[in-house]
Design a binder for this molecule. Structure first.
Ligand SMILES: *Cc1c(COP(=O)(O)O)cnc(C)c1O
Length: 396
């Protein structure tokens, strides 16, 4: 089992959490070797999520930019509208296999909470979601969705009352109730085996995309581009191409108001080495090690850390990590709506913005594969508010 990625990863947890982590490791190792588990996972992805998701040639946008061909991996077409459900289905199946009766999760923007509540309903399991009290207020529609799906939402008032505090509470619940409870983590972060396990469940994105690209265009893409919050949609895409050194891997972090402003969520480009949620990784922290609050126009990208495997891929030069700021992401969102008739998630708009920068510099024979991690219906209000406030500020 993989516990470390270079100097990153590991299991930096209290002694009391070692036993449930060992149990999880053993169960996951056994499940990985079990063809029946893989078959059931694949079946649910097909029948319930609607996989496989297609790749779409963004023809008008590519022609407008006048360079490389932009291909979109359409995770926005999944049931629930994003990639997160691939992972929650995998973990819920594992929970059932382990005889766990109850699912718990942490959530920031609420999307992972909704994805977990969704599979809890599908599998008939009770579900409790921890969410910072401030996030509960900011993300009211997702709180309602979780409740509608039958989950209980706990508002966490401690600390800064955001994602990192919710994660601490979920860990506390898990320690207390691990005999019957499975902790569903939403990204390639947390202590081993979560980063590997979440990557494996999301690797369906990259494995499908690689095959689809070969079938349809007779060759691999030149670059595979994805946004990075905690890094699960990006690791899922990259997993399909790690053994193809000719495919450049590009992760895009949220630059918010610019890395220099301090208001961003770019853990690799603007963070430092530390320990967060049981893993050694790059994260946003003060000089004395307090976790900083993150900022991005896209709520789903504002996790203060990043998956350990990304830090390693960065160190060894296998993947490149860039930054896209709020304005660039909103411009890409607009372009994508008007040229392609697809409203992208603001998270995914960061990856699109990177492709829009790169495409004109490349020949028409090049292929940029972008992971469209989710659809943007959830972001409408946010986009309108952002535009209204930037219109106001440009008047002064
Ligand atoms: C949550 C989310 C992300 C960010 O999470 P990762 O783990 O980095 O993939 C990206 N896109 C969408 C649509 C999301 O909901």
């Amino acid at each position: 089992m993989k516990t470390h990625y270079g100097i990153y990863g590991g299991q930096y947890v209290a002694e009391t959490l070692m036993a449930p982590l060992r149990e999880l490791e053993a169960a996951y190792e056994a499940a990985k070797k079990d063809v029946a588990f893989a078959r059931e996972f694949k079946g649910i992805l097909h029948d319930y999520v609607g996989r496989e998701s297609p790749i779409t040639y963004a023809k008008r946008l590519s022609e407008h930019l006048g360079g490389a061909m932009i291909l979109l991996k359409r995770e926005d077409l999944n049931h629930t509208g994003a990639h997160k459900v691939n992972n929650t289905i995998g973990q819920a199946l594992l929970a059932r296999r382990m005889g766990k009766k109850r699912l718990i999760a942490e959530t920031g923007a609420g999307m992972h909470g909704v994805a977990t509540a969704t599979v809890a309903a599908l599998f008939g399991m009770p579900c409790e979601v921890y969410m910072g009290a401030i996030d509960v207020e900011r993300q009211a529609p997702n709180v309602e969705r979780m409740k509608m799906l039958g989950a209980t939402v706990h508002a966490v008032p401690e600390g800064s009352a955001t994602l990192k505090d919710a994660m601490n509470e979920a860990l506390r619940d898990w320690v207390t109730n691990c005999a019957d409870t499975f902790y569903v983590i939403g990204t390639v972060a947390g202590p081993a085996p979560y980063p590997e396990m979440v990557r494996d469940f999301q690797s369906v994105i990259g494995v499908e995309a690689r095959r689809q690209c070969l079938e349809k265009y007779g060759r691999l893409p030149d670059e595979a581009i994805a946004c990075v919050g905690g890094g699960s949609n990006a690791m899922g895409l990259f997993a399909g191409f790690l053994d193809d050194p000719e495919v450049k891997l590009v992760g895009v972090e949220a630059g918010g108001k610019g890395v220099a402003s301090g208001e961003h969520a770019a853990s690799i480009n603007g963070g430092r080495l530390g320990v967060l949620h049981g893993a050694k990784t790059m994260l946003l922290q003060t000089d004395d090690g307090n976790i900083l609050d993150t900022y991005s126009v896209s709520a789903g990208l504002d996790y203060p850390g990043v998956g350990p495997e990304h830090c390693h891929l960065h160190d060894i030069g296998r993947a490149e990590y860039t930054v896209i700021d709020d304005d660039e992401a909103i411009a890409a969102f607009d372009a994508h709506c008007r040229f392609e008739g697809i409203i992208p998630a603001l998270e995914s708009s960061h990856a699109l913005a990177e492709a829009i920068k790169r495409a004109p510099k490349l020949g028409r024979d090049k292929i940029l594969l972008v992971n469209l991690s989710g659809r943007g219906d959830k972001d409408m209000e946010n986009v309108m508010r952002y535009k209204a406030s930037s219109a106001n500020s440009s008047q002064v």
